[in-house]
Design a protein. Structure first.
Length: 350
């Protein structure tokens, strides 16, 4: 019997990659609408009642547990890079709540008769490397034999209840700040068709493996009202969650959006993911695009970001301090991209 193929491409084994695997927002809402309500103790500060990044459970007046999980199929072919990206993405939700990671559990599903064991080991090694960088151990996990390769983490952290930052507490007049450049989904689509330059690949890896460490520091600022991270629903999808939770309307300036170097060019050439279209179908009733913004711009606004940046809603007089924190921690693409105001829930893009 032939053994596993050593030169197989990871992305060939999956029907979708990275956070582009996510179920579209409107479909997810319909699925969850039929679920029965569970136990909701008073200590559960954040649960399924909102579209937040993680669950938060208070254990004493000074501490609350942050618990989240994220996993997906390969977005790149290099197994070590895949592990790094998946781990960075999973830990991000702890940072987005203002928390500090404590430890992780690995979630591993692999086609063991298809992938060489050394390839699987490299995926796990990539995840371990990111956890070491975050200062946390992988303390256990679970593995299964699956048709498609799947890797991710359960991430556990701690946060002070006073520093907890939800995605639903934004205020009218707030400025919107995005920590990373957009275009990861576009790059991944080009990569799958062998149309991504080596330098672009390196840029994508640098972005998707950069831990969102500013989160806990930002959460200590009174002027920072809401934080989330931009992942599979794209910028518009995650911003819409902020708008709905806060009952506000957002205005975005497309020209101010940070983009990966060739993202607009590749999107215009048709290198977009199926998730981008599904995201738009879920959101178009609440989004108004200015004349002149075409298919490429719309694709970038809904582009699924794997391990994307933090989206921060803060008071105008805190904006400079927020930008400074990002820059000090190496987030060179951080940008002010818009603002929030009273009005019908939705998003205007000019």
């Amino acid at each position: 019997m032939a053994g596993p193929e050593k030169n197989i491409r990871l992305t060939q084994l999956s029907h979708g990659g990275g956070c582009g695997c996510k179920i579209a927002p409107d479909v997810l809402q319909k699925i969850l609408a039929g679920s029965a309500g569970g136990i909701i103790p008073p200590q559960l500060l954040v649960g399924t009642e909102s579209s937040d990044d993680a669950a938060v459970y208070q254990i004493n007046p000074q501490q609350a547990i942050v618990a989240t999980t994220d996993f997906f199929m390969p977005i790149v072919d290099d197994p070590y890079d895949f592990g790094r990206i998946a781990a960075t993405n999973a830990i991000s939700d702890v940072y987005a709540m203002g928390g500090t990671p404590l430890f992780a559990l690995a979630l591993v599903g692999m086609p063991v008769n298809v992938l060489p064991l050394e390839t699987i080991a490299k995926i796990l090694a990539g995840g371990e490397a990111v956890c070491r960088a975050a200062g946390i151990p992988i303390a256990g996990g679970h593995t299964i034999d699956s048709v498609e390769p799947i890797y991710g983490l359960v991430a556990i952290g701690l946060v002070s209840p006073t520093h907890l930052r939800r995605n639903s507490a934004a205020k009218a007049g707030d400025k919107l700040i995005l920590g990373k450049a957009l275009g990861v989904g576009v790059y991944s689509a080009a990569l799958k068709k062998d149309q991504l330059h080596e330098s672009d690949y390196e840029t994508m890896i640098q972005s998707t493996t950069q831990l969102n460490t500013p989160g806990p520091v930002l959460a200590c600022l009174d002027g920072v009202h809401a934080v989330t991270d931009v992942t599979g629903f794209g910028l518009l999808g995650h911003l819409m969650e902020v708008c709905k939770g806060s009952n506000l309307r957002a205005s975005l300036h497309f020209g101010d959006l940070p983009l990966l170097p060739r993202a607009r060019e590749l999107a215009a050439a048709g290198y977009v993911t199926g998730a981008s279209g599904r995201n738009w179908q879920s959101l178009e009733h609440g989004v108004k695009l200015a004349d002149g913004l075409g298919d490429a711009e719309r694709a970038l606004l809904t582009d699924p970001q794997t391990s994307g940046g933090l989206l921060v809603s803060c008071a105008p007089d805190t904006m400079t301090e927020v930008l400074s924190i990002f820059l000090q921690q190496g987030f060179t693409h951080v940008s002010v991209i818009g603002e929030l105001a009273e009005g019908k829930v939705g998003i205007d893009v000019a």
